[in-house]
Design a protein around this ligand. Structure first.
Ligand code: SAM
Length: 467
């Protein structure tokens, strides 16, 4: 069996820590497909609930991703499209190696503190959903993506995740230089030559060349140089790639140590995880290499640094925002849990719900960034009532006491296709549509029919087979 790996890649890896040509080529030739996912701790609050979701996906059982609190391996890849729990944001399908970001975060910052976090290269949202699960509700996460359609996908995935304390922005890294000394933690999961994903997606091999590695390395330096001014003194930057090439990995660590006041921070790893530490010759920086022939995951590289000096958080001018009147708030509060813990703003036609730190920061962020989504969109205030938005149904703040209708699996799939699932119920008016206790979206029940308010752009388009 041939692995079809580029000869220039194989040659370039000789001598790198942990690299073994024979096992590396063999694991690529075998092309085993590994499926892993990370559960959503804010939506699956009990062990029983988590088990219910995993059991539905894999009755034969699951394995644990050793370096991740909520990460699991599935023995086979199910059809996620036809699992209503997937659409309810019960889990995120994520490559196992990249879940190690959890260890990097826990080793470098106090996650119980109110943090300002930036995920700079965030789409489709694997690291953002992970970061959001790790930080406290008092913290904020700015999930940024430079490519517009990818920023839209990122926003959809974060809506599904249900997070309240998140902003999605669509900016070039250089736009963040205006927020100097602002962030406590930033993750730069840089665009790279992608060799770490060759086993999973052999088509990527065609796009690889030594020239693309050199270009990626330059681009990674530019991205880091652009964004580092936005890191505060004492703040942490986590750098990662899915490339095996030292030009994009160890060489970037040396370049960072050479050009910025950054101190490299090691992360404790368990020997049984088979993650390979790598120490750069020039500046003695430690990074971590993930090889698919050593562990159950794809190729990955990660390292952490703390900013020794630089600007600490600057004071920015206070901006006014359009808070809702008490009467308007009164139309929203019955729809959400703990309404006193949040603030409410009118933004164009919509009412937004923001946690306090985000409410305080949004005017500044709005001034500097192109914001695609902030907090949770509650909906539009009609003359009599709120017309609720899908973001509210998907969020972890929607009230548990609202009218709700639970569907069977075939009915839930019909609802998600934006069809009429033919429900018989006494419920009238707005109601949450649920599958196994998890919210899928809104419907409005009239005396003779149900109006399906699942967003058209999210609906399942594939034909349903085997249910
Ligand atoms: N962090 C994501 C996750 O875990 O789901 C994956 C990010 S992917 C490795 C890199 C991202 O960087 C892509 O979404 C890509 O669109 C974006 N990107 C491409 N060129 C960029 C640039 N010049 N500056 C910043 N981001 C860029």
């Amino acid at each position: 069996m041939s692995s079809h790996l580029p000869a220039a890649l194989i040659e370039s890896l000789a001598g790198l820590p942990g690299y073994n040509r024979e096992t590396f080529e063999r694991v690529h030739a075998a092309a085993e497909k590994i499926t892993s996912l990370r559960l959503n701790p804010f939506k699956l609050k009990t062990q029983e609930k988590a088990q219910e979701v995993l059991q539905a996906l894999s009755p034969a059982g699951v394995g644990k991703v050793p370096w991740s609190g909520d990460g699991y391996y599935l023995p086979a890849r199910p059809s996620f499209t036809f699992d209503p729990f997937f659409h309810a944001g019960a889990y995120y399908v994520q490559e196992a190696s990249s879940m190690f970001v959890e260890q990097a975060v826990r080793a470098t910052v106090d996650v119980s503190a109110p943090l300002k976090v930036l995920d700079l290269c965030a789409a489709p949202g694997g690291k953002s959903t992970l970061l959001q699960s790790l930080i406290s509700p008092e913290s904020i996460l700015v999930a940024n993506e430079v490519i517009k359609p990818r920023a839209a996908l990122l926003a959809d995935n974060l809506t599904k995740w249900g997070a309240v304390n998140v902003v999605v922005s669509n900016n070039d890294p250089r736009d963040f230089s205006k927020l100097s000394g602002y962030f406590d933690l930033m993750v730069v999961d840089a665009p790279c030559s992608g060799s770490g994903l060759f086993r999973r997606d052999p088509e990527l091999v065609k796009e690889w060349s030594p020239e693309s590695v050199a270009l990626c390395s330059q681009r990674q330096q530019r991205i880091l140089a652009d964004v580092l001014p936005a890191l505060k003194e004492g703040g942490v930057v986590i750098y990662s790639t899915c490339s095996f090439s030292q030009e994009e990995d160890e060489a970037i660590l040396d370049w960072l140590a050479d050009h910025f006041e950054l101190e490299n921070i090691p992360v404790t790893i368990d020997e049984g995880w088979k993650i390979i530490p790598t120490v750069t010759h020039k500046r003695n920086c430690t990074g971590y290499r993930f090889y698919p022939d050593k562990l159950k995951g794809e190729g990955f590289f990660i390292a952490c640094f703390r900013k020794r000096s630089g600007e600490s958080a600057r004071k920015f001018k206070e901006q006014k925002t359009a808070l809702l009147s008490a009467k308007e708030r009164g139309k929203i509060t019955p729809w959400i849990n703990a309404p006193e813990d949040h603030q409410y703003f009118q933004h164009q036609e919509d009412v937004l719900i923001l946690p306090p730190l985000l409410a305080a920061e949004i005017p500044l962020l709005q001034q500097q960034l192109y914001i695609r989504k902030a907090g949770v969109k509650a909906g539009q205030l009609g003359a009599k009532e709120l017309i609720p938005d899908h973001q509210l149904a998907a969020s972890t703040l929607v009230s548990d006491d609202l009218p709700a209708v639970s569907l069977s699996l075939p009915q839930a799939l019909q609802y998600l296709r934006k069809e009429d699932p033919g429900v018989t119920t006494d419920v009238r008016g707005w109601a949450l549509i649920r599958y196994g206790d998890m919210n899928l979206g809104w419907a409005k029940f009239l005396s003779n029919r149900m109006n399906n308010y699942y967003p058209k752009e999210l609906r399942i388009l594939k034909e349903i087979t085997g249910v």
